[in-house]
Ligand binder design. Structure first.
Ligand code: ADP
Length: 494
C-alpha cells in the first residue's frame, strides 16, 4: 500500500510551490528592472530632444519692443523643420501673463496661471516638469526666463510629448506580464513533474520500508546504487533494522533464558513440596523439604533482584555511595570467597595486589564487579586452568588498574563487542552447559561507567581472556550514576 500524504503537506507540493514562488518573484523583479530601464532610456531621449528645442528657441526667437521676432530663414528647409518642431509646444508671456506666442497643443495642456508664470520668472534656472492634457497624454515641459532687448524678464516654455515613451513602456509591461501569466503555470507544471520524479525514489523506499515488520526485520531495502543521499539513508535504515533485529533476537533469547532460569527452581520447589505433602511423615522431613524449598526460593528472588537492580542502575535510579577504602583488601576478600569454587573445578586462583591502594568508590559495587568477573573467569575456565587477579597503580596518575586473566575457553572476536550487552550470552559447545543470565558483564560495565573508569577485554578462543579495568582512585564525591538521568532523592542503594 502506498503511504498516504496530505497533498498540501507533501514534499512534492512544497518543492513545486517554493520553486514556483522563487521563480515568479525572480521573473517579476527582472521585469520591473527592465521596465525601469526602458522608461529611463525613452524619457532620456525626450529630455535630450527638449534640450535641443530649448537651445533652438534661444537662437531663433528674440523679443524686441515687446514683440516676438523669429530669426529663421523661411526658405531654408533645415530652419523650417526647426521652426515647426519649436512651435509645436510653446508659450511666451510677459510677467503679467499676456500671451505673446503659444501653440494649440500648449493650450490643450493648459496655459499657466499668473502666479505660476511669476513663480517661474523668479527662478534662477529653468524647471522641467511633466503635465498631461485632458486626454491624459503626458508632456515634458521646460519653463524658464527669456530676456528682451531691454532686459525685461518673460515667461517662456517649450515641451515634447512623452506619449511614445509611455506607450513603449506600457506595451512592454503588458506584453511581459501577460506572458508571465502563461509562463508561470507552465513552469509550475514542469516543476510538479520534476518534483514528482525527484521524490519517486523516496516513495519507493517508503513502500519498501512498510513491508518491514517486527517479524520480518531481516528484510533489507535494496540500494539504488546511485551513491546519493537517498542511498545513504537506505544504508542507515538497513543498519538500523539490523540493530533492531539483533535487539529483538536478544529479547527473545532473554525471555527464553529467564523462563528457563525461573522454571528450574520453581520445578524444584514444586517437587519438594509435593514429595513432602505425599510422603513426609515426621516434622523433620517436613522441615527438610521446607528448607530446600526456601533455598530455591532464595535463588529465584536473587534472579528477580538482579534483573530489577540492573534496570534501576541502567535507568539512573541508583546513586553511588562512595567511601575511601583499600581496593586490595576488597579484592582479596572476594578472591578468598572464590577459592572454594575454583578448587572444586581444579582451577588455580591467584592474586598479585599492590599494597595500600586507597580508592574513593562504592565498596559494594566494587565487590560486585570483582565477584562478577571472578565468577565468569572460574565458570569459563576448564580444569587445570588458572585465573589471576592483578591490581596496581596505573601509569595514568592516580588511577587503579585491575586485571583479571584466565586461561579459559575465550571469546570469539565476533562476540566480543556484544558481551557487555544486557542478556547477551555466547552460545557454543563450551558455554551451552554453563548457566548464566547474561547480566553479569552488564553490571560490570555499568559499575565501571558510573565510576568514570574504562574497561577493555582481549581474548583468544581456547587460550583465555583478560579483562582490564581502570578506575580513577579519587573520583569527585557524590558522582551521579548517570549523566542522562539525575538520581532521584529516594534512590536505592544496590
Ligand atoms: P553470564 O551470566 O552468561 O556469564 P555475563 O554477562 O557475565 O553473563 O557474560 C556474558 C557472556 O560473555 C557469557 O555468556 C560468556 O559467553 C562470555 N564471557 C564472560 N566472561 C568470560 C570469560 N572470562 N571467558 C570466556 N567467556 C566469557
Amino acid at each position: 500500500m502506498r503511504p498516504r500524504v496530505d497533498l498540501f503537506r507533501g514534499l512534492r507540493f512544497r518543492l513545486t510551490f517554493s520553486y514556483l514562488l522563487l521563480f515568479s518573484a525572480l521573473l517579476v523583479v527582472i521585469g520591473l528592472y527592465f521596465r525601469h530601464n526602458l522608461q529611463f532610456q525613452t524619457e532620456g531621449d525626450v529630455r535630450a530632444l527638449l534640450e535641443e528645442v530649448w537651445g533652438d528657441a534661444k537662437g531663433y526667437l528674440r523679443i524686441e519692443n515687446y514683440r516676438p521676432q523669429w530669426t529663421a530663414d523661411q526658405l531654408d528647409p533645415g530652419d523650417a523643420h526647426i521652426m515647426e518642431r519649436l512651435r509645436y509646444i510653446i508659450l511666451l508671456t510677459d510677467s503679467n501673463g499676456n500671451i505673446l506666442v503659444d501653440s494649440p497643443v500648449y493650450e490643450s495642456i493648459g496655459i499657466d496661471s499668473l502666479s505660476e508664470i511669476r513663480r517661474i520668472i523668479a527662478l534662477p534656472e529653468p524647471e522641467v516638469h511633466v503635465r498631461s492634457d485632458a486626454a491624459g497624454t503626458p508632456y515634458l515641459i521646460k519653463a524658464g526666463v527669456m530676456l528682451d532687448d531691454r532686459g525685461e524678464r518673460y515667461f517662456f516654455a517649450v515641451g515634447r510629448s512623452l506619449a511614445d515613451s509611455v506607450h513603449t513602456v506600457k506595451t512592454f509591461t503588458t506584453d511581459y506580464f501577460l506572458s508571465l501569466l502563461a509562463i508561470i503555470p507552465l513552469t509550475g507544471l514542469l516543476g510538479w513533474a520534476l518534483a514528482g520524479r525527484a521524490i519517486q525514489p523516496v516513495n519507493e523506499v517508503a513502500q519498501a520500508a512498510q513491508k518491514i515488520t517486527g517479524s520480518n526485520l531481516s528484510l533489507q531495502i535494496p540500494l539504488r546504487g546511485s551513491g546519493d543521499e537517498l542511498d545513504n539513508l537506505i544504508g542507515s535504515f538497513n543498519r538500523m533494522t539490523t540493530r533492531l533485529e539483533d535487539s529483538f533476537e536478544q529479547i527473545r533469547r532473554f525471555s527464553t533464558d529467564v523462563s528457563h532460569e525461573l522454571r528450574t527452581p520453581l520445578t524444584a520447589i514444586r517437587g519438594q513440596l509435593e514429595v513432602a505433602l505425599f510422603t513426609a511423615q515426621t516434622v523433620e522431613q517436613y522441615r527438610d523439604a521446607m528448607v530446600n524449598a526456601l533455598e530455591d526460593v532464595e535463588q529465584l528472588s536473587s534472579i528477580v533482584r538482579a534483573l530489577l537492580l540492573l534496570s534501576q542502575a541502567e535507568s539512573g535510579q541508583v546513586v553511588l555511595q562512595k567511601t575511601t577504602f583499600d581496593l586490595g583488601e576488597v579484592a582479596e576478600d572476594v578472591v578468598d570467597q572464590f577459592q572454594i569454587p575454583a578448587e572444586e573445578k581444579h582451577v588455580r586462583l591467584t592474586a598479585r595486589i599492590e599494597p595500600d591502594m586507597k580508592i574513593l568508590a562504592d565498596r559494594v559495587q566494587i565487590e560486585r564487579l570483582f565477584s562478577n568477573l571472578l565468577s565468569n573467569a572460574v565458570k569459563y575456565t576448564p580444569a587445570n586452568g588458572t585465573v589471576q587477579v592483578r591490581i596496581r597503580r596505573d601509569e595514568k596518575k592516580n588511577w587503579a588498574r585491575i586485571e583479571i586473566e584466565d586461561t579459559g575457553v575465550g571469546i570469539a572476536a565476533e562476540n566480543l563487542p556484544h558481551i557487555f550487552d544486557r542478556f547477551y550470552r555466547v552460545r557454543n559447545a563450551e558455554t551451552n552447559l554453563i548457566q548464566g543470565l547474561g547480566l553479569g558483564l552488564s553490571f560490570v560495565a555499568w559499575i565501571v561507567k558510573a565510576h568514570g573508569g574504562q574497561i577493555d577485554v582481549t581474548s583468544t578462543v581456547g587460550a583465555g581472556t583478560r579483562f582490564t579495568i581502570r578506575i580513577p582512585a579519587e573520583a569527585p564525591a557524590g558522582t551521579a550514576v548517570s549523566e542522562d538521568h539525575p538520581a532521584p532523592a529516594e534512590a536505592q542503594r544496590l
